[in-house]
Design a protein around this ligand. Structure first.
Ligand SMILES: NC(=O)C1=CN([C@@H]2O[C@H](COP(=O)(O)OP(=O)(O)OC[C@H]3O[C@@H](n4cnc5c(N)ncnc54)[C@H](O)[C@@H]3O)[C@@H](O)[C@H]2O)[C@@H](O)CC1
Ligand SMILES: Nc1ncnc2c1ncn2[C@@H]1O[C@H](COP(=O)(O)OP(=O)(O)O)[C@@H](O)[C@H]1O
Ligand SMILES: [K+]
Length: 600
């Protein structure tokens, strides 16, 4: 299991460790700096070989090139880590240039100690563009300006420096320098993956550099996986600094840290216990007849609009549901019948007939939304399904209650009801994309989006009142951006709030899919770094996901487990197929993915 820790939690853990007397802040900082240096040499072996301490002083005498590093140190403990990195590189014979603020009055003590240690062996240049100009053409740049302590958008000289670096780092810049971020690229909020003061960062206009490698400590942070985090971090490496003992206890020294936020799947090379499986577990189908493996009912849309539901149904069947039935309005039935074989078709003339179908208590899961439509009849069908889905406990299906997956149009229909969340509960999984999420939770979505960029003025607006209004809106936008404070409201915060409000399990899609329960437990499923699957952004992929989740629930998993497993298998299928993927392929590659999963 890989737990994602916020800045506040990290601070708390560090405090607990130091309070125990078993480790000092200075030791932790030394471990952090050493972790960064080790990660650099593991990533770029040529830099390790070029280090004099490895090759002996004779190397220099033979005219060997001395590698050069520029280390940018900020005003806090992240800067402290930077001073350690600078000293360790210098000890290995590097030419090291350090840029740091001149004013050190507010510097935390451990960082100040490491600054003094550095001063014994090297100089300090100003932390601005001038400082960078006098230390150009390095083999390595180390960004230790801000870490988890970023509280507001950088301003003035610092903003100028960071945006200059944003144009030259990562794979974007003209020089593509090796830029290593200590903990996080400076300017990136480690809780949210947002760049403070810059909602749409671009390589040449961001307030945070694009790193090639990010080395973080103890556990990854949510911001490494959410929003813009992955594109700014380059590669992510986690270094153990020995805080495990204090990770799982609260400030009072007891119990688990709650609510928990976990990464799915866990990081294979993280500092986690090596015996923990890095793959989620799917309940095996061992014995029993088809009804023991769950009966899923998928509602189709009207004539000409049944494809999405058929995709979902096929996804559920391939996932291993014992039986999948499509419930289609009469006018859509011929089209559905012509397209299916292993799936069963039931024809409904009206919502009452659907209600009758739902009296069959062997139907354990109902999936609706894909292609459902937004008309009054669709609303009646949704109402019928909600009315026939008793919450767990009072339920009928194996005592578990009936479970629902509400996707696509069903979510928009919910948002149009007077009480959108009436009748929902933990037996329901809502699977919105960001548009559907905004319809259901407009205030939460607006808070997540942050300040809204005003519309660009067209030439006809360049006069009188329209111009004044446009300028006022632009000023207000700039002010709102500079007033942003860290840690920023994250996608995890938003999905947690949505789950709490609706009472349901909420899965908000994207490359950074987040699942949350009303009690605050949450998971980030990130298709990023070495698990990226950009081919999933294809029409109909979401319909298949709804089917996958339904299928996993039919196999007896709890709704939140099904959401997590469904999202994970969805990405595995996309990765297994690769480029050229279309939604129809997802259920077809699932058997090989499941086979690999079930192998010991
Ligand atoms: N918490 C832990 O367990 C450990 C933390 N360590 C390091 O410490 C870092 C956190 O250190 P800090 O909490 O001191 O925070 P940072 O070093 O990230 O930055 C905080 C400092 O910058 C200032 N600041 C924030 N935003 C600013 C802005 N926009 N413009 C100008 N100044 C700004 C703050 O007032 C504060 O002085 C971590 O990222 C990590 O690198 C490591 O040394 C090892 C252990
Ligand atoms: N860049 C991406 N990387 C990984 N997965 C993605 C990416 N973009 C979209 N997805 C996934 O693809 C699916 C798209 O679903 P959705 O937006 O509902 O589209 P549709 O309605 O066309 O099926 C979601 O599961 C989402 O998480
Ligand atoms: K940093």
């Amino acid at each position: 299991m890989t737990e994602l820790l916020t800045a506040a939690q990290m601070r708390e853990i560090e405090q607990a460790a130091m309070a125990s007397g078993e480790v000092t802040g200075l030791e932790l900082m030394e471990r952090a700096g050493r972790g960064v240096v080790d990660a650099i040499f593991e990533e770029w072996s040529d830099l390790a070989q070029a280090s004099l301490s490895d090759r002996g002083p004779a190397h220099q005498q033979e005219g060997g090139r001395v590698p050069k590093a520029v280390v940018l140190c900020g005003p806090g403990n992240n800067g402290g880590d930077g001073f350690v990195v600078a000293r360790l590189l210098k000890e290995r014979g590097w030419e090291v240039h350090v840029l740091a603020p001149e004013n050190t009055t507010k510097m935390p003590p451990d960082a100040a100690t490491n600054r003094s240690r550095w001063k014994e062996v090297g100089d300090i240049l100003p932390l601005n563009r001038d400082g960078l100009r006098s230390a150009r053409d390095a083999d390595l740049y180390v960004d230790a300006v801000f870490g988890t302590g970023l509280t507001r958008p950088p301003e003035g000289e610092l903003a100028e420096l960071l945006s200059y670096l944003a144009g030259s780092g990562g794979d974007h810049g003209y020089f593509q320098p090796r830029m290593v971020a200590v903990d996080v690229p400076s300017g990136l909020c480690s809780d949210s993956g947002k760049v403070l003061g810059c909602p749409e960062p671009e390589p040449f206009s961001s307030l945070a550099p694009y790193a090639r490698l990010t080395v973080t400590f103890e556990t990854p942070k949510p911001g490494h996986f959410l929003a813009h985090g992955p594109e700014l971090c380059g590669q992510l490496v986690v270094r153990d600094i020995g805080l495990t003992k204090w990770r799982s206890v609260n400030a009072d020294g007891r119990g688990l840290r709650l609510p928990r936020l976990q990464l799915v799947p866990p990081m294979p090379n993280g500092p986690d216990e090596p015996h923990v499986h890095s793959r989620p577990t799917l309940r095996p189908k061992i014995r029993g007849h088809k009804f023991d493996h769950g009966h899923v009912l998928v509602l189709t849309g009207d004539r000409w609009a049944t494809g999405a539901a058929r995709l979902a149904a096929r996804g559920a069947l391939r996932m291993g549901a014992g039986l999948v039935t499509l419930s289609a309005p009469r006018d859509a039935a011929p089209e559905v019948a012509a397209q299916i074989t292993a799936l069963i078709l039931r024809v409904e003339d009206n919502a009452d007939q659907l209600a009758e179908t739902l009296e069959d208590d062997r139907i354990g899961v109902v999936c609706l939304g894909p292609g459902l439509g937004l008309h009054a009849r669709a609303q009646e069908r949704l109402d019928a399904v909600l009315a026939a889905a008793p919450p767990p406990g009072k339920g009928t299906y194996l005592g578990r209650g009936r479970r629902l997956v509400l996707d696509a149009d069903a979510l928009t229909l919910l948002s149009r009801r007077e009480n959108p969340f009436q009748g929902l509960g933990k037996h329901v999984v809502l699977t919105p994309h960001s548009g559907e999420f905004a319809r259901l939770f407009p205030d939460i979505s607006a808070r997540l989006a942050g300040p809204q960029r005003p519309k660009l003025l067209s030439t006809k607006d360049f006069t009188g009142e329209a111009l004044q209004e446009g300028l006022a809106a632009a000023m207000a936008y700039r002010e709102a951006l500079s007033a942003e404070r860290g840690p920023a409201y994250s996608k995890v915060d938003a999905v947690r709030d949505a789950a709490k409000r609706s009472g349901a399990v909420v899965l908000l899609k994207g490359a950074d899919t987040v699942v949350a329960l009303p009690d605050g437990r949450a998971w980030v499923h990130a298709a990023v770094y070495d698990r990226s699957a950009p081919w999933l952004a294809t029409a109909g992929a979401g319909d298949v996901l709804a089917g996958f989740i339904s299928g996993v629930m039919a196999r007896g998993h709890m709704p939140h487990e099904a959401a997590i497993l469904g999202a994970w298998l969805h990405v595995e299928c996309a990765r297994s197929f690769g480029p050229g993927l279309i939604a129809e392929d997802l259920p077809e590659v699932l058997p090989s993915v499941l086979k690999a999963l079930l192998q010991p």
